[in-house]
Design a protein around this ligand. Sequence first.
Ligand code: ADP
Ligand code: ASP
Ligand code: MG
Length: 449
Amino acid sequence: MIVLKFGGTSVGSLENIKKVAAIVCSIKEKKIVVLSAMSGVTNTLQRISNLLLDGNIDSAKHKIDNLHIKYQGVINGLYNEKGIAKKANELINQHYNLLLSLLDTCYSSKIQKIILAQGEIISTNLFQLYLIEIKHNSKLISALDFMIIDQNNEPDSLSIKDKLLKIVSNQTKADTFITQGFICKNKNNEVDNLERGGSDYTASLIGAAVGATQIQIWTDIDGMHNNDPRYVDQTFSIEEISFDEAAELAYFGAKILHPQSIIPAMESNIPVLLKNTFKPDAKGTLIHNSANVKKIRAIAAKDKITAIKIKSYRMLMAYGFLKKIFEVFEQNETSIDMITTSEVAVSLTIDNTSRLDNIIQELDGFGKIEVDSDLSIICIAGNIAQNKKGVTAEIFNCLENIPIRMISYGGSNYNLSFLVKTSDKVAVLNLLNEGLFEQTISEKISLLN
Ligand code: ADP
Ligand code: ASP
Ligand code: MG
């Protein structure tokens, strides 16, 4: 069995939905197809939810009406058979009425999660109806019946496996299963989600649960690029990359993959193929264990980072100091991304600042606290440890004029990361692209000419 996941742009218009259907039909193996909401829909649902929170019912209703109109347009162009179009319209009306009914209820995070789930539920239903129209035998299964998260909001892999295998094995006639990315049920059996961009994670969790032979992530670009194409012009697609490198890049900001999405595939050793829905013939990127060794593979950047420095002469020769500091973060359920220490100070970074005030208050007794925000972590992934000689010089020589706040090297064999001001991020990504990939880029350009 293989798992195919199509992101928001891939199902973002009726023309694109047809392209996705063509890809799904061309793959003969038994498969589970995971779909995101149509692009922009989850953002709109998030805005509706924020408007409700602010009590701005009229604006929320206006946005719900616009969504309804958008879907009606899709239905009008997607289906030829009247009976199927009628079913699709009924479905859209049902979700429209559900959203309208929420306007009158008291806002809660439970309601917010229900609103956010509508995008994936609608896209999978519309897609399933389209497969019925083109006579491709398929079965829609609800992620809410098997995608479970535990009390720590972590996927409950055992339950997921158990429930999903039962569902799939009960459907002996179907070769194609369709399901929603992103959405799940929590420990209280309420609708919840795997956080923004979480459909990739769904696909990887499903792949691990069914023991898939491959997980394919279909998106709007031809695989993982060597640098962030949103900020750098001359980037290129990487043919293959190891799980470790991909996991570092995803965690440190390569938007093509949800930060945690690689882990289930990596743990089950299931190759992940990143493909472009709009260029299905392009090779894409294969993420697997035996990827060739490359000194510097790719660069990514993670924004909205806050650095906290704790300066204390009591740290000098004291054991147990770091433990006490870490406990403050643990108690505040805030994870630390980077850490550096000196004899008299420790600096660390966080990306979740919801408990920052508390953290600062609790750290106050340990020494002098300094907080810097609007920072970005730049992550360089590659086989960095095995090529120690010269590699750090190569990286930092490119950045002579950029102030660097923290450096982390040696924690993982596959990552060197450092902290800069977010205002320097684009310059840093471009300088590194020129300095580290110039030769590869000119080779690729000469191959094209
Ligand atoms: P989907 O909706 O299919 O999940 P996303 O928008 O989440 O797609 O991810 C694809 C986007 O990720 C690309 O369009 C690209 O702009 C961005 N991206 C950021 N870094 C990288 C990278 N290193 N390689 C490829 N794409 C990247
Ligand atoms: N639709 C969700 C989002 O926009 C999940 C996803 O697309 O992966 O975040
Ligand atoms: Mg995505």
